[in-house]
Ligand binder design. Structure first.
Ligand SMILES: [Zn+2]
Length: 273
């Protein structure tokens, strides 16, 4: 992993500049949080193989606290931008995170921002390494969704031997080794809170690329929505034209071009054209 020598202040400055060029409404809301950065943001060093970020939203105090465990790779920047989006959305509508009807997509807005931040950082820091991170995330999301899907199907099956399991998984055009790896690592459960929002976020990202105003209008609507049921929220996303999976292949092809085939694609079931 390529190291990045950015200081904590550099990361905060890049985060600020990203939101400034993103949109005036969101920048204003972001600044409402960012102005307290000295009190609410904590950076620590971490050597665990990847940046970790957390945003704690305290409903009782209408305040968010952000902790970034720095791995000194470019992910430190995108993670900081991501966590600030949690805090910004919380300042716009605390229910966006606390509404149990919306929590299955609680990483939607932040994942969308990650996709934009990736482009922004790539252009500004002239690094394509960041797209390798995106590519790895894409593979994880794909395998996580596929593994969760297989697990869901398996519970209704009468499987009594490894042979049964193997042929069942193969019959669904899945890769046994990959599925077992993800299941053993508990990854479908850990990643799914990100993977499901990811396939919706790719759709908003796709709209953003041709109609920025529309994408921002939809993002505001989604954050401000208070829903009576999960079904209502899901239907609202579909009504907004966010059909999960519709542009996933386009996105995958795009990312693959950006990493310039340095990484060989080998994902069962993902059609690359
Ligand atoms: Zn998050």
């Amino acid at each position: 992993m390529k190291q990045c020598n950015l200081s904590n202040d550099d990361i905060l400055e890049l985060t600020h500049d990203f939101y400034k060029q993103f949109d005036s409404y969101f920048f204003k809301k972001f600044m409402g949080v960012f102005k307290y950065r000295k009190d609410i943001v904590s950076f620590k060093n971490y050597d665990g193989g990847g940046t970790l970020g957390t945003c704690y939203e305290l409903l009782c105090a209408s305040t968010s606290y952000i902790q970034i465990l720095r791995d000194h790779n470019i992910g430190d920047v995108t993670t900081t931008i991501h966590e600030f989006m949690h805090a910004t959305s919380f300042s716009i509508n605390p229910n966006h995170l606390y509404d149990p009807n919306k929590d299955f997509l609680s990483e939607f807005d932040t994942t969308f921002i990650n996709l934009l931040a990736t482009d922004y950082i790539s252009q500004n820091l002239k690094t394509e390494q960041i797209y390798a991170n995106s590519f790895n995330a894409l593979v994880d999301h794909y395998n996580s969704i596929n593994s969760a899907y297989i697990l869901d199907l398996i519970k209704d099956e009468d499987i009594t031997s490894n042979k049964d399991l193997s042929s069942f998984i193969k019959s669904h055009e899945a890769n046994l080794e990959i599925i077992l790896h993800y299941i053993k690592m508990d990854l479908p459960f850990y990643l799914f809170i990100y993977s499901l929002p990811f396939i919706f976020a790719v759709e908003l990202y796709n709209i953003y690329k041709t109609d920025k105003d529309k994408a921002i209008y939809l993002l505001k609507k989604i954050i401000n929505a208070n829903c009576n049921s999960k079904e209502e929220y899901y239907q609202m996303m579909l009504d907004f034209g966010l059909i999960p999976g519709r542009h996933l292949n386009t996105y995958a092809v795009d990312i693959n071009k950006k990493v310039k085939s340095k990484i060989k694609l080998n994902i069962d079931g993902v059609k690359m054209t």
